[in-house]
Design a protein around this ligand. Structure first.
Ligand SMILES: [Zn+2]
Ligand SMILES: [Zn+2]
Ligand SMILES: [Zn+2]
Length: 376
């Protein structure tokens, strides 16, 4: 692979930082001294609450003045740092994404305060909205529903123009039958559709697209990613999607199979999601949140990511269970401190050996967090 696809460029980091600045987030992305080697990913696990999968980042060690290492072609190690003091319980930032998918049908039911109403799912953020609020947004081009103007604009700006009017019924048919058991529900093809539409609409080489270029530079497919490799998921489905999007997969080398493989590995290394209890039974969700993926792991994290379960914004319906993440301070964080989350959920309470075992999904070396170093 060309070395430029292994690193996250200064321009990319700057654009992520400008997103944080626009939100007024009290943090910034910078070079981290705690580096990690990522190896592989784990499959989505079943649990009552959403399981925050990976994030997984960062190849190798680096120094604070990492720029020179980057220029020498060393893999970069980034982290998120507080730019001012943060109080426990503060929302540090929220991270919405167009790269998400869910097993909830477009028209479904939504429960508010114990009562059930007809509802719709926002195509962009996958959140459920009570139809009685009559805050449905639609683009001029079609009848696709969005929860807010923001979601409508994001969809138009990122992927919707590429898919609007094209026939993806062959891909969506698996959802026609609502009784499809959620654990067999195939979110992968929908995640493929979303990211490929995003790439095609942008006209960029997929690996230059900020949503993909910002993800873990370690694309080496771990054992787990390889094990789940299949001709259908890796080649057939994405190529058919691309053909439907109007790409000549035999001529357009931007979508060569090694590129598809790279997108797949990064998606699996960074996707959040899992299965949660929905109104009609379990609901499977998967999403890649690009800002969140810059946060490193610690076994004593000072922050956590939570599903934004209900969002009330101007001109928006109440949204339940969207793919937006809120990063919340678990303790007070001083200016300059690095912000960490746990990649292993509550397993941070286990022994160092058990923690490292669990972290093997993301780190190929022993965890170097403060707790692990103290206990070493
Ligand atoms: Zn939405
Ligand atoms: Zn449309
Ligand atoms: Zn640790």
């Amino acid at each position: 692979m060309a070395p430029e696809y292994l690193k996250r460029s200064a321009a990319l980091i700057e654009s992520a930082n400008s997103r944080l600045r626009e939100m007024g987030a009290p943090c910034t992305i910078n070079y981290s001294i705690i580096g990690r080697r990522t190896q592989q990913s784990t499959p989505l696990t079943l649990s009552k609450t959403l399981t925050w999968k990976s994030v997984a980042e960062f190849v190798g060690w680096n120094s604070q003045s990492g720029t020179s290492d980057i220029q020498k072609g060393e893999p970069d190690t980034l982290g998120v740092f507080a730019t001012s003091d943060i109080q426990e319980g503060d929302v540090i930032f929220t991270d919405s994404t167009p790269w998400g998918s869910t097993s909830i049908p477009a028209i479904s039911k939504v429960t508010v305060a114990g009562r059930t109403y007809p509802g719709f799912r926002c195509e962009n953020c996958c959140g459920m909205t009570n139809i009685w609020h009559r805050v449905i947004h639609q683009a001029e081009c079609c009848t696709t529903n969005y929860c807010s103007r923001r979601c409508l604009e994001e969809a138009k700006a990122t992927y919707h123009k590429a898919i609007c009017g094209r026939d993806f019924s062959w891909l969506m048919n698996s959802q026609k039958n609502e009784a499809t058991p959620v654990h067999t529900f195939d979110l992968d093809r929908r995640m493929w559709l979303r990211i490929l539409a995003i790439c095609v609409q942008s006209g960029l080489h997929p690996l230059d697209h900020p949503l993909i270029a910002g993800l873990t530079p370690n694309y080496e497919s771990g054992e787990d990613v390889s094990r789940r490799w299949s001709l259908e998921t890796h080649v057939d489905v994405p190529q058919r999607i691309l053909t439907t999007l109007g790409v000549d997969v035999f001529k357009d080398m931007r979508y060569d199979t090694w590129v598809l493989q790279t997108i797949w590995a990064r998606m699996k290394n960074n996707a959040h999601g899992g299965v949660s209890e929905g109104y009609n039974g379990p609901v499977a969700t998967e999403h890649v949140n690009s800002l969140y993926s810059f946060i490193n792991h610690s076994c004593e994290p000072n922050a956590e990511a939570k599903d934004v379960f209900s969002t009330f914004t101007p001109c928006s319906a109440p949204v339940f269970g969207s793919t937006t993440l809120a990063i919340i301070a678990k303790k007070s964080i001083k200016q300059g401190e690095e912000i960490f989350v746990s990649y292993i959920g509550e397993k941070t309470e286990e022994t160092r050996k058990q923690r490292n075992e669990a972290l093997r999904n993301w780190l190929s070396e022993e965890c170097q967090c403060t707790k692990c170093r103290r206990e070493a």
